[in-house]
Design a protein around this ligand. Sequence first.
Ligand code: CP
Length: 297
Amino acid sequence: MRHLTTIETLQPESIMYLIKQAQAYKQGKQPAAYPECLVSNLFFENSTRTHTSFEVAEVRMGMKVIQFDPAKSSVNKGETLYDTCLALDAIGINILVIRSQIDKYYEALINQPSLKCAIINGGDGSGQHPSQCLLDLMTIEETFHRFAGLNIVIAGDISHSRVARSNAVILNKLGALVCFSGPQQWIDSSFASLGQWVEFDEAIASADVVMLLRVQHERHDGTAAFVKEDYHQRYGLTLERCRKMKPGAIIMHPAPVNRDVEIAGELVEHEQSRIVTQMRNGVYMRMAILQWIIEGE
Ligand code: CP
């Protein structure tokens, strides 16, 4: 079995393989069943979509899901993440899906000779979110059937976002034209090689994909004043800005959404929005990831 920790470790051919597999599952292809496979989802940060859709995908692949609740585990007695994984591996778990607030937590787990189980990164701090990135790519591919030449604006709380980083890296690799928008203090120099910062109104006019990001208050230090209405008018997708989008352009957001902050509440289920489709596609993409972890391509 292999790991999926960052999107950079995947070649474009593997990405396209995963997208096609996920789309086939969506169209009704029966997945292989893995009744001997034991999988546990270790979510040390809150989650609605990633946790639940991995669990649904695991059930659909015939796997046995062994519940793990951090609040009731020995983590509260000072057990390290490595020791938790070592214990679960020894007990017989084959795949661990992990979300942690610690950037790159997986570096302390992979290549450890005692750990035989596969690690799937369900999101690490402000680092990476590879399964979200892959389901986003699947959603874009479904609409445009290509990535090369697409204008994609990633807007909002960029420096705190693991989605922005994962998506910008891979969309560049696939030939898309990425730019960033939002408060300039929320974008750092590590994004400079991935795209330019552009005023949101300018970016909207030519964008094929408007990819919005949640303002991540939990990762801010709380010193800067934040007025929801001001943010929405300056940096959010308002009804007026939506009317200026190209007719074929789509709206994306990894969710959870702060309605009337980064996006007007009425636009979440707008005909140009793919936000609910992203959630639906998440199950199919996670089925494809689980199959790939076990079987390869
Ligand atoms: N998009 C995403 O990761 O959502 P959750 O935090 O609900 O899993």
